[in-house]
Design a protein around this ligand. Structure first.
Ligand code: URP
Ligand code: ZN
Ligand code: ZN
Ligand code: ZN
Length: 467
């Protein structure tokens, strides 16, 4: 039986427009929009009305970079697909794209099957997968084509983590050449991991074991060098490139220069680089371990370049790189040796709110907020216009957002399965009130009304953002 829902009286915000409109939802999709208080809007005959007067009506967030249950450094990221997608919904995100992992010696197929098994039946919201390619060979190159046919159209490679996820330049070039042919998008972790490992060894030999040294050895210059190299390899291959978790001014400059040349080179940054800094990594009593991720947090001065990049479109996407590890028992694995601290920060629940705060702080416009958090990630990864916008035919993934509500971020109140918040005590204005996923209420006036298994695997087309 089909239900017709109307969201009345809100300010609908997409990447391109802001309008006071009523939104008609039918069979899980947006059926129509009509300016509020007009005969067209009054002609909507719903079974259910959601009053959004004084609120924003925005597309559900698309978080294109999460790591639920990621195995890392002898442990696993602490959010499962069940807890992590529930937390995402609480934060106004209705689609995640998580990273399936090929481990060395195994096929892409084995890795993807394993991630399907973890996610299926457990997710509160829709999800897709990228594939981490750790072992480039003739077999994996062929498998890339098959994965694209199944809706897994993007592949992450690492210039960091030698011996784990690392690919050398030859492997990277081969994967890029393949993606130039099959339409896949290579996502690059751009840090010179070979040089970083030398600096890690030297730092530890000097007795520099605290978390803050994680930031010192993973130098901005080595992010810039790897970014530059990745761009040149992509140029040689004739392939597009998406650089993940950009944190350094110098890396943004490399992207900007390549884009000025007209290359299909894209960059993502994350809230932690926009709002946190090496000051956090330097917190005493091993508290800095809570902020260990790679690329690392940078000195505060780098934030201006990231905000500027987001305004000038040298950076196109803000994803979370949500990869939570509890302080107790997980981050603590690196007491006495920062290189053993599992890398990653929690944040899937915080992204939409932090970026709304950035609107209030004057960094970005409201429409740019929706563009970098919803529309562009959907386009970049082949989900548009099913996801990322509010338009007839789109999935009814819709957030009713209260732009005036105040909140204090805290581990006491968040829904992520992790024992700390990277933003503990931070006051922000704006809060998710109600969340629909394909028309189904997942959060209803700040109550969780969803269920595990509502979210389904969402196959993606190839990149829709190319020049
Ligand atoms: O520190 C991070 N970012 N952990 C997750 C893995 C990655 O490199 O994205
Ligand atoms: Zn990475
Ligand atoms: Zn990541
Ligand atoms: Zn359901």
């Amino acid at each position: 039986m089909s239900t017709r829902t109307v969201i009345r009286g809100g300010l609908v915000i997409t990447a391109s427009d802001e309008l006071h409109a009523d939104v008609l939802i039918e069979d899980g999709r947006i059926a129509a929009l009509a300016a509020s208080n007009t005969p067209a809007a009054q002609a909507f005959t719903p079974d259910r009305v959601i009053d959004a007067t004084g609120k924003y009506v925005i597309p559900g967030g698309v978080d294109a970079h999460t790591h639920m249950e990621l195995p890392f450094g002898g442990t696993f990221a602490s959010d499962t697909f069940e807890t992590g997608t529930r937390a995402a919904a609480w934060g106004g995100t209705t689609t995640i794209v998580d990273f399936a992992v090929q481990s060395v010696g195994h096929t892409l197929r084995e890795g993807l099957d394993a991630w399907h098994a973890k996610a299926e039946g457990n997710c509160a919201i829709d999800y897709g997968f990228h594939m981490i390619v750790s072992d480039v060979n003739q077999e994996t190159l062929k498998e890339m084509d098959l994965l694209i046919e199944e809706g897994v159209s993007s592949f992450k490679q690492f210039m960091a983590y030698p011996g784990v996820f690392y690919s050398d330049d030859g492997q990277i070039l081969r994967a890029m050449q393949r993606s130039a042919e099959n339409g896949g998008l290579i996502m690059m972790h751009a840090e010179n991991g070979i040089a970083i490992d030398v600096l890690v060894e030297q730092a530890l030999a000097r007795g520099e074991t605290d978390p803050r040294f994680h930031g010192e050895v993973r130098k901005a210059l080595l992010e810039a060098e790897a970014t530059h190299r990745a761009i040149k390899l992509a140029q040689v291959a004739g392939a597009p490139l998406y650089v993940v978790h950009v944190s350094a001014t110098e890396a943004v400059a490399e992207l900007a220069r390549a884009r000025d040349e007209g290359l299909n080179v894209f960059g993502e940054t994350c809230p932690q680089y926009l709002f946190l800094s090496t000051d956090n990594l330097a917190e005493p009593d091993f508290e800095g371990a809570k902020y260990v991720c790679s690329t690392p947090l940078r000195p505060r001065e780098h934030q201006a370049a990231l905000w500027r990049g987001l305004r000038t479109n040298d950076l196109q996407v803000v994803s979370t790189d949500h990869c939570p590890f509890c302080f107790v028992g997980q981050k603590e694995l690196g007491r006495g040796d920062f290189s053993k601290i599992p890398n990653g920060l929690p944040g899937v629940e915080n992204r939409m709110d932090l970026l709304h705060q950035a609107v209030l702080d004057g960094h970005i416009s409201r429409r740019r907020w929706i563009e970098i958090a919803c529309a562009t990630p959907a386009r970049m990864f082949g989900l548009y216009p099913k996801k990322g916008t509010i338009a007839p035919g789109a999935d009814a993934d819709v957030v009713i957002y209260d732009p005036h509500a105040e909140q204090v971020m805290s581990a006491d109140t968040h829904h992520m399965n992790v024992d700390y918040s990277a933003y503990e005590g931070k006051r922000v204005t704006g809060r998710v009130e109600t969340v629909l996923s394909r028309g189904v209420p997942v959060i209803t006036e700040r109550e969780y009304t969803g269920h595990a298994g509502h979210g389904v695997f969402t196959p993606r087309s190839t990149c829709q953002y190319l020049n």
